[in-house]
Design a protein around this ligand. Structure first.
Ligand SMILES: *Cc1c(COP(=O)(O)O)cnc(C)c1O
Length: 421
């Protein structure tokens, strides 16, 4: 459930008509709902109740300061994957003790910044990284709390570009080698082992792959404890999928996910960490765009929008499906026609949907891409010198621009022409 609903024939974001925001901000823009963000965070919090737990929002899904602040105020920690994200989390008021640092390529500079600023743990993904982290920590007179990200070699049954838990993926260390790697960790002076980390992919629509992975983590926990390691924390990653269509596709609910975690891991007495991104932010955001032209081609009709692949790259990158709905509710029973829905960018890949059945639309009409809150604005670029898409946050009857659209001058003035030219 989200808070983007039709009321008296018009799409609302909470209590604000989307058309009103469009009139003030211009299009395209992203619009997020505070109530939906809040609701999704609380669902996870309730799903893990009764177990010591920490929800570290995977902020790469949507990392605007205002979004981070909403979640931080609810008690969320953050999962960061770069020094930039670490700085963003801190700037939004998240204390270091609530930040976990993931990613296969952490640099020494990033490690130093996080150690000095405070960190809950590093999720280490390789032995060279662990050695580097130990050296950086020792040089600072500190010890780095770590988990090792293990790769359980399970098929997440998701799109190849977002599967991370198979042995051929670059992520983590093979679970079969985990005991060896933990033994090395115990010998490194700058490292303190606190737990195990696993993250098998994104947009998972079944519980079974999670269950397989977590059963392997449970087994490993016992083995590592027998080896003398203190395993007090299990970071289970993110990845729970969301419904992108209104069809019968129904990913598991956070409650079911939580119950499964309790079954597989509850007996170990560990603190459970999860890192949801998509499920927190995905359905909490829409991308609003305007129809520029209706164009007839050879046997097909194009709906040309002012939003493009540089604003929302998921369809081009992951063959992703987004519901695209008119902001004025179509009258019941209105005739639908098939359109290729495209943006103005000079790439054939700038296609949001092919042969999509749409109700009647005309030049100037507004449409909304649903479920665009995660991996939307954060992946936007200024390709074709299109201004970086602005973001708006709604809270009940209020809305605020939380990232303004840059002007052409602002964009151009970021470049400098060398003196010698
Ligand atoms: C991307 C990522 C997540 C979040 O995945 P979602 O599918 O958005 O929930 C969590 N943990 C790690 C390590 C990630 O890379």
């Amino acid at each position: 459930m989200d808070h983007f609903l039709y009321r008296q024939g018009a799409l609302y974001a909470e209590d604000v008509p989307v058309a009103e925001i469009a009139a003030e901000v211009g299009t395209p823009f992203y619009c997020y709902s505070t109530a939906t963000l809040t609701r999704h965070f609380r669902l996870f919090d309730e799903a893990l109740s009764g177990m010591p737990h920490m929800i570290c929002y995977a902020m790469k899904a949507a990392s605007n300061q205002a979004i981070l602040r909403v979640l931080a105020d609810l008690g969320a920690g953050m999962d960061v994957v770069s020094g930039g994200e670490y700085a963003r989390a801190r700037a939004a008021g998240v204390p270091g003790e609530k930040i976990v640092f993931s990613g296969v390529g952490k640099t020494r500079e990033e490690m130093r910044a996080a150690l000095e600023g405070g960190i809950r743990q590093f999720n280490v993904e390789s032995e060279p990284e662990m050695v580097a982290l130990s050296e950086v920590a020792v040089a600072l007179g500190l010890t780095a709390p770590i988990t090792v990200r293990v790769n359980p070699d399970v098929d997440a049954k998701t799109h190849a570009k977002i599967a991370t838990g198979k042995s051929e993926n670059k992520f983590g260390i093979p679970i079969a080698r985990a005991r060896e790697v933990y033994a090395q960790a115990a010998r490194l002076p700058g490292i303190r082992v606190v737990g195990i980390d696993v993250h098998i992919g994104s947009q998972l629509t079944e519980l079974a792959p999670f269950r397989l992975a977590y059963a392997k983590v449970a087994e490993l926990t016992e083995a590592l404890r027998a080896d003398g390691h203190k395993i007090t924390r299990l970071d289970l990653g993110g990845g729970l999928g969301i419904p992108y269509t209104r069809s019968n596709e129904a990913p598991p609910l956070p409650m079911e996910y939580g119950a499964m975690i309790r079954e597989e891991l509850g007996h170990l007495g560990c603190e459970i960490e999860i890192e949801p991104g998509r499920l927190v932010a995905g359905n909490a955001g829409i991308l609003v765009s305007r129809v520029i032209y209706l164009k007839s081609g050879e046997g097909r009709e194009f709906l040309i929008l002012d939003g493009a692949m540089n604003d929302l790259i998921r369809p081009a990158m992951y063959d992703a499906y987004h519901d695209i709905v008119p902001v004025i509710e179509p009258v019941a029973g209105s005739e639908q026609r098939a359109f290729d829905i495209v943006g103005p960018v000079c790439e054939s890949g700038d296609t949001f949907a092919k042969g999509r059945m749409m109700p009647p639309l005309a030049e100037g009409d507004l449409v909304a891409f649903r479920s665009a809150g995660a991996y939307g604005a954060v992946m936007a670029s200024e390709y074709n010198t299109r201004p970086l898409v602005p973001e708006v946050l709604v809270h009940e009857h209020q809305f605020a621009v939380i990232r303004p659209r840059p002007t052409f001058d602002e964009m151009i003035n970021r470049d400098t022409i060398p003196e010698w030219l």
